[in-house]
Write a protein that binds this ligand. Structure first.
Ligand code: BGC
Length: 336
């Protein structure tokens, strides 16, 4: 089945945003949007074959560009997650990135997420988005092109492939920021969903959620998701790497750090029987349960408000602030 293009809405008078929908032979579908090369909706079957939208989002593009709404479904670049003090040294040069949250950079300053991307190619079951970022944009070096190819196959596998090109050596840490709620039920939070994370360690953080460089062991703590259990079981247990009331918003260190594809996480909804397996070739995954979204937020698509703990983001990535912590695993971008 071919990809269907439609109009989503206007960001402003001169910025239309489009949808690209891929449907597979089971009727499962993903709708992508040019804004932030994002996932707008993902319809997946339950154990009876009933389809429901399992990601959070909005029915008006304008909400997506408000960082308070948490980058729903958007691609994040050039560097996902945090950069301490908005600066780092690479190849002996210091680079200054936007302090768009507190005293640090979050999600590269937001530009990759909050601007429309070009659609470079579409096929039977894929869409490739592209964004060019000039040398120095938001402090990062290199004339840099990022591509994200989304493919939905007939086994209900949604594949995200990120490609980066630069004219000089540089750094990159792209991710996707979709929030999943496999119930598709607007009245349910993710506290009832089951999670497994294939990690024995997490990156320890300070009071601003910035990595200290230490790794903490999950064993015998509320951080342990090595066996499948409900997100809500221990989410409010006081713990040094958790901000009270927020719950999980932590980077887990996956077992392979050598770039091999690995199973990172499983998310399971007992009531509907929907299950998602997450694979990545990156060494980390930020598990964020939407604790910074406010309970009184009402905006959202038909599957419910984008509000407190309604979705869990499973952001595969290099560890936060790797650009400043030499012991964290990294693969840099070589000029090409
Ligand atoms: C961060 C959260 C942040 C969210 C939305 C996550 O990757 O870890 O702290 O609220 O992104 O920006």
């Amino acid at each position: 089945m071919a990809v269907e293009k439609s109009f989503f809405g206007n960001l402003d008078e001169s910025t239309p945003i489009y949808f690209y929908k891929i449907t597979n032979k089971n009727g499962a579908s993903v709708t992508l949007q040019t804004l932030g090369a994002g996932i707008h909706s993902l319809f997946m079957p339950d154990r009876e074959g009933k389809l429901a939208d399992v990601v959070l989002g909005f029915d008006d593009p304008k909400y997506y560009i408000n960082p308070d709404y948490g980058y729903q479904g958007l691609v994040v670049g050039r560097w996902a997650n945090r950069i301490r003090d908005g600066k780092f040294t690479f190849d002996s040069k210091e680079y200054i990135t936007p302090k768009n949250q507190g005293t640090w950079t979050l999600h590269g300053g937001g530009r990759f997420s909050f601007t429309p991307w070009e659609v470079e190619e579409t096929g039977e079951n894929f869409v490739t988005f592209m964004r060019f970022s000039p040398d120095g944009e938001d402090g990062f070096c290199g004339n840099f092109t990022m591509r994200v190819k989304y493919t939905l196959d007939d086994n209900n596998i949604l594949r995200l492939e990120y490609g980066v090109l630069s004219d000089i050596d540089t750094v990159a840490n792209p991710t996707n920021h979709a929030y999943f709620n496999l119930s598709g039920d607007k009245n349910r939070t993710v506290e009832d969903e089951y999670l497994l994370v294939n990690a024995d360690y997490f990156t320890e953080t300070d009071e601003n959620q910035l990595p200290t460089g230490e790794l903490g062991e999950v064993k015998d703590t509320m951080m342990d998701f090595t066996a499948l259990h409900k997100i809500g079981d221990n989410i409010d247990v006081p713990f040094r790497a958790i901000i009270e009331g927020i719950g999980y918003d932590n980077n887990y260190c996956l077992r392979n750090k050598d770039g091999k594809m690995q199973h990172a996480a499983t998310l399971y909804d007992e009531i509907t029987g929907r299950k998602m397996e997450v694979f990545t070739d990156l060494p980390g995954i930020q598990v964020y349960c939407g604790g910074w979204l406010k309970s009184d937020y009402t905006a959202g698509k038909e599957n419910g408000a984008v509000s407190y703990r309604r979705g869990v983001a499973l952001e595969t990535q290099f560890y936060p602030d790797t650009v400043n912590i030499k012991d964290f695993p990294i693969r840099t971008v070589k000029a090409n």
